[in-house]
Design a protein around this ligand. Structure first.
Ligand SMILES: CC(C)(COP(=O)(O)OP(=O)(O)OC[C@H]1O[C@@H](n2cnc3c(N)ncnc32)[C@H](O)[C@@H]1OP(=O)(O)O)[C@@H](O)C(=O)NCCC(=O)NCCS
Length: 157
């Protein structure tokens, strides 16, 4: 019989284990909390004390300690999210240019905050401490500790 999620990850809280899919070869650090209707795909690496809300699709990516990801996010393969990042609801990261060309993976630096409903395009690097306003489409790199807004997202002066 397959092991239960609680047996596989004793230090992790699943809000409703029957409604969460965790594929093979996933790591989740102690003290993390995972919401319902969320899928953690094979190869996902999730740090300690991470919160992932409900209805999230978390691909083969790397999520640092104390990251918080709200409900309804799609985090694509290859993304790196550093420690202490906050991601609002409904955020989408992307990793290829409509099935052409090589994949390129966003990276979100330590303690950056991504507003709800934002989209982070392939390969974009969001610097540590940056703030992305709600509903932004982030098409180019964001410098550390900078606020960007809008579509395309531009720095606020
Ligand atoms: C970016 C943000 C932090 C700015 O907050 P603020 O400093 O209080 O800014 P203000 O509300 O005073 O707005 C300043 C200007 O920016 C504009 N603005 C604010 N947020 C914007 C956004 N997300 N996109 C585009 N423009 C925005 C305002 O319209 C205003 O423009 P104006 O000066 O021409 O009138 C905030 O608007 C935001 O997007 N927060 C994210 C919320 C979120 O996603 N939370 C997730 C947890 S639920």
């Amino acid at each position: 019989m397959a092991m239960s999620l609680q047996d596989r990850f004793p230090g992790v809280h699943f809000y409703n284990p029957a409604l969460t899919e965790v594929q093979d070869d996933v790591e989740i650090g102690e003290g993390s909390r995972i919401g319902s209707m969320t899928i953690l795909h094979e190869g996902a690496r999730i740090g300690r004390g991470v919160t992932i809300g409900s209805h999230c699709n978390i691909c083969h990516c790397e999520i640092g300690d104390e990251v918080s990801i709200q409900t309804g996010c799609h985090i694509t393969r290859g993304v790196v999210i550093e420690a202490g990042v906050f991601i609002g609801p409904g955020v989408v990261t992307l990793n290829d240019k409509l099935k052409s060309g090589p994949m390129s993976y966003p990276r979100i630096g330590e303690k950056a905050r991504i507003g709800g409903g934002s989209t982070i395009l392939p390969g974009v690097q969001v610097g540590p401490g940056a703030l992305v306003g709600a509903g932004s489409v982030v098409v180019r790199d964001v410098a550390a500790n900078t606020t960007v807004l809008g579509n395309p997202a531009r720095a606020v002066s």
